[in-house]
Design a protein around this ligand. Structure first.
Ligand SMILES: Cc1cc2nc3c(=O)[nH]c(=O)nc-3n(C[C@H](O)[C@H](O)[C@H](O)COP(=O)(O)OP(=O)(O)OC[C@H]3O[C@@H](n4cnc5c(N)ncnc54)[C@H](O)[C@@H]3O)c2cc1C
Length: 417
């Protein structure tokens, strides 16, 4: 008889928790998708179960999950409600990368940036506070004018004192503010100035109820409908100096990028793998029970159906293998060089693109009934689409992967030719 190590036990416990939550969320996923409503009750459950503090060590009030645990849990959660899994990804990846900074403070940024204002003790306090208050962090990075080019925000933070206290006044408009109705702390990237008056990119963490922050309900989409990823308008919003948690040079999105992207991309890759798995499970059940009257046995006995299923199995095994091995390598202390970023984004790029192919195969098994609104397959078809649009987007990732393999520095100029 083999016994489980304490690490394996923790992983099994966390994945079981994700499964329990996923099965509950699945009961209301179709309704929230159809009504374009936000599943507030799911977020209460995520908080009450401790899932929102998954990567925080137990001694600081969390569940003590690793990056690999996170990847496995997010895959399972997305099988129940992909919108909820995507929403909570924003918070957990932010918490996970805070943990990375706690364990290994990133090097100071080059070219006029400054190291984050928060020392290790401050980070520890923040992480413990997150576990205790169950506050949720959301991100306001994307803007209509810049899309995913987050290193060049049009949102401005101008240094201005208020009642003698040093601070900033922020103005701008963000898009895609996922889980807007329940965010407590918004991370906002801005163009600002450092103490020497040089133009830099400033990262702020602002309580959601700060005067000047307004959510404008714009979210009515084809995919991920229950994420309420509305616009956020920031108008004459004054924040104290302490709200600025990091300054870096304009366009320099690379400082600490490995730690950020290994968590963000790991979670995103896992979510879309979860959607693909849910579609695969649905198709398998369908193939086993669908028996046209002409035949003695169900359609699972047809070679075409078996080949579709085989394609799904191969893709899913490869997606998981790459996501898990990337997480394991990171946890073992690897993938820390800038040149490793290509390897990190490869897992997310492969998983999100393969997920689309898997759902297409699943639809081929189910056939025409899959396009009915009442059939869950059409939700998987819609929800799986935006994976490639999330950072790093396909084009940006492929440029990085290709240049790395060819020995061309990602910042080599001219960029092309
Ligand atoms: C469901 C969902 C939830 C989201 N939630 C959030 C959130 O909570 N917070 C947040 O800030 N954002 C969020 N986003 C936004 C997302 O993270 C991306 O930043 C955003 O989708 C990218 O912008 P865009 O698609 O408008 O692409 P653009 O950046 O405008 O890109 C359009 C096309 O041009 C290409 N392109 C653009 N710039 C370059 C470049 N420099 N080099 C090469 N090719 C380029 C892209 O690859 C793409 O093919 C969310 C997106 C989705 C779909």
């Amino acid at each position: 008889m083999t016994t489980m190590s304490s690490t394996q036990e923790r992983t099994a416990r966390l994945v079981a928790l994700a499964g329990e939550l996923a099965d509950e969320f699945a009961t209301r996923a179709d309704e929230h998708d159809q009504q374009n409503t936000f599943p507030f009750e799911n977020f209460e459950r995520l908080k009450a179960s401790g899932y929102t503090s998954l990567p925080i060590p137990e001694e600081l009030g969390g569940l003590g999950g690793t990056l690999l645990d996170f990847v496995m849990c997010q895959e399972r959660l997305a099988q129940g409600c992909a919108s909820t899994a995507l929403s909570i990804n924003m918070h957990i990846f932010a918490t996970g990368s805070l943990m990375e900074n706690l364990l290994n403070p990133p090097p100071p940024p080059a070219n006029g940036g400054q190291p984050p204002a928060n020392p290790v003790e401050g980070l520890k306090l923040m992480v413990a506070m997150l576990a205790q208050t169950k506050f949720l962090i959301g991100g306001g990075f994307t803007e209509a004018e810049i899309g995913g080019n987050w290193g060049f925000p049009m949102t401005k933070a101008v240094r201005q004192a208020h009642n003698g206290a040093p601070g900033f006044v922020i103005n701008g408009r963000k898009q895609f503010t996922t889980m807007a109705p329940v965010i407590d702390l918004v991370a906002v990237n801005t163009t600002t100035t450092n103490a020497d008056g040089e133009q830099v990119i400033g990262m702020f963490v602002i309580p959601r109820n700060t005067p000047g922050i307004e959510i404008v309900e714009t979210w009515d989409t084809m995919s991920m409908r229950a994420t309420a990823s509305h616009d956020m308008v920031i108008k004459d919003c004054w924040v104290p100096e302490q709200a600025c948690v990091g300054l870096r040079a304009p366009g320099d999105a690379d400082v600490g990028a490995n730690g950020l992207l290994v968590w963000f991309g790991g979670g995103i890759g896992a979510i879309y793998t979860g959607i693909a798995t849910a579609a695969r499970n649905f198709a398998i059940d369908w193939a086993k029970s669908r028996k046209p009257i002409l035949f003695e046995r169900p359609i699972s006995h047809f070679p075409g159906v078996q080949f579709h299923v085989a394609e799904m199995e191969i893709e899913l095994a490869a997606m998981r293998a790459l996501l898990h091995s990337t997480a394991r390598e990171w946890m073992a202390g690897g993938l820390r060089e800038r040149s490793d970023l290509a390897r990190i984004v490869m897992a997310k790029t492969y998983a999100t693109n393969a997920a689309v192919r898997v759902v297409d195969q699943a639809m081929a098994v189910v056939g025409a009934p899959s396009i009915f609104r009442s059939n869950r397959m059409q939700r998987y078809y819609r929800d799986v689409r935006p994976g490639a649009f999330q950072p790093m987007t396909n084009d940006v990732a492929k440029e990085l992967i290709g240049k790395t393999a060819l020995g061309i520095a990602p910042d080599f100029l001219p960029r092309w030719g």
